[in-house]
Design a binder for this molecule. Structure first.
Ligand code: ADP
Ligand code: MG
Length: 395
């Protein structure tokens, strides 16, 4: 357009002299309108918050060819994070104008416009400097879209995390309340059942029944104890302790159980790990609970790997198995009290709630990665204790 020849025909000479200038202004205006239409279209498309990014990019790419000087031979492509969005007829050619999509300092893709036929040279091959400015702003718009989306997703994820933590805390408080109420009557029942059993001359069948009452009572007390651990009311002990020691103390509790079902225990403990501030008994319990679950997940045997390593300012304890694994839906619920997929008597659904309660009270986090049939990996992240500062000696 900008290169359109003046065709003033048989007009007066003075008008012929003015014509090219007016034409150029007009052509420039037409180009400017095309650019603005394109940018406005992109802004409108990018504002469609409920559309997924690929759909938006496919719409954006369609807006590009009409904004270029030769729309009939212009084709466009956007490449972002390995995804490709093209208009029909796009093929990478010599005559291509392109701009990088740079998100937070990293090049994540390109915006390209190509002409499928040769055209006379202009500012940048056949392209105009205005088109350079336009393609650069399109790349910036796409980058801004990516940043916005990432921020939105991050916010949604954090909200979900908070909701999850809230739910756990509420259930936990409720359960702890119930546990306290049950503790008394259970103790009374156990005491009287044991008293009755000591009574001389009881028929054997009554003794057997009393034993059942006592066993059931002990099981109930075990649940109550775990519930009270889940929401601890007094602050736990805090001492400097190494994960090596936790692993050394914890694994013997499960070795016999592991051997019974052909589970091999592998240890990968990084030497010279930073210490953590914590309650050794509770941390041992975390390891034991995770290890017992891992063993139960491998009824036909397999490897149970216990790892400890440092990562940034944290120390990580990982327990990995090659067992039955779990679905995503199950993985989202494992830390809820009473969530269990095991038979009554085998599972209480409290092991991982206790793990979660202990780890959280230590300022740490716990998460799970799992795939059905492949196994599971639980990672506990605890803040590393700062190294001891040497006490200055007397002057
Ligand atoms: P419980 O072991 O008493 O069922 P937990 O809180 O320890 O309770 O675990 C809850 C549930 O999480 C289990 O019933 C099981 O479905 C799932 N789970 C926990 N650990 C694993 C694991 N290592 N592999 C597969 N599933 C697991
Ligand atoms: Mg368990």
């Amino acid at each position: 357009m900008r290169r359109r020849k003046a065709s003033a025909g048989g007009r007066a000479a003075h008008r012929m002299r003015k014509e090219p200038a007016r034409d150029r202004t007009l052509a420039a205006l037409v180009e400017r309108v095309k650019e603005l239409t394109c940018l406005h279209g992109i802004a409108r498309v990018a504002g469609q918050h409920d559309e997924p990014v690929p759909v938006i990019l496919q719409k954006v790419v369609g807006l590009l060819p009409p904004a270029w000087q030769y729309p009939e031979i212009a084709h466009a492509r956007i490449v972002l994070d390995g995804g490709t969005y093209v208009t029909s007829g796009f093929a990478p050619m010599d005559t291509t104008q392109s701009a990088d999509i740079v998100v937070r300092g990293h090049t994540r893709g390109q915006v390209e416009v190509a002409y499928s036929e040769p055209r006379p040279a202009a500012d940048e091959g056949p392209f105009l400097k205005e088109e350079r400015a336009l393609i650069d702003s399109v790349a910036r718009e796409v980058a801004a879209l990516v940043v916005r989306r990432t921020t939105e997703e991050e916010r949604a994820r954090l909200q979900e995390q908070v909701r999850h933590a809230d739910r756990l805390a509420t259930i936990g408080q409720l359960s702890a309340g119930v546990a306290h109420e049950l503790n008394e009557p259970l103790a009374t029942m156990l005491g009287f059942a044991q008293l009755c059993r000591k009574h001389p001359g009881l028929p054997v069948s009554v003794v057997a029944d009393l034993d059942k009452i006592i066993a059931a009572n002990l099981h109930a007390r075990e649940i109550v104890k775990k519930l009270m651990l889940f929401v601890r009311e007094r602050p736990p002990m805090r001492e400097k302790i190494g994960l090596q020691q936790i692993v050394d103390e914890g694994l013997p509790f499960v070795e016999a159980r592991a051997a019974k079902t052909d589970v091999r225990i592998r240890r990968r403990i990084e030497p010279n790990l930073p210490a953590v501030h914590g309650d050794p008994h509770q941390l041992v319990q975390v390891l034991v609970n995770l290890a017992v679950n891992a063993i139960q997940a491998m009824p036909a045997g397999g490897a149970l790997t216990v790892e400890a390593f440092a990562e940034n300012d944290s120390v990580v304890l990982a327990v990995e198995d090659q067992g039955v694994g779990m679905t995503r839906q199950a993985a989202e619920r494992v830390f809820e009290p009473f969530f269990t997929t095991k038979e009554a008597g085998v599972g209480t659904g409290l092991g991982l709630s206790v793990v979660h309660g202990i780890v959280t009270s230590h300022g740490g986090t716990v998460r799970v990665e799992s795939e059905p049939g492949k196994g599971s990996r639980f990672e506990v992240r605890l803040p590393a204790a700062p190294p001891a500062t040497p006490v200055p000696g007397p002057p």
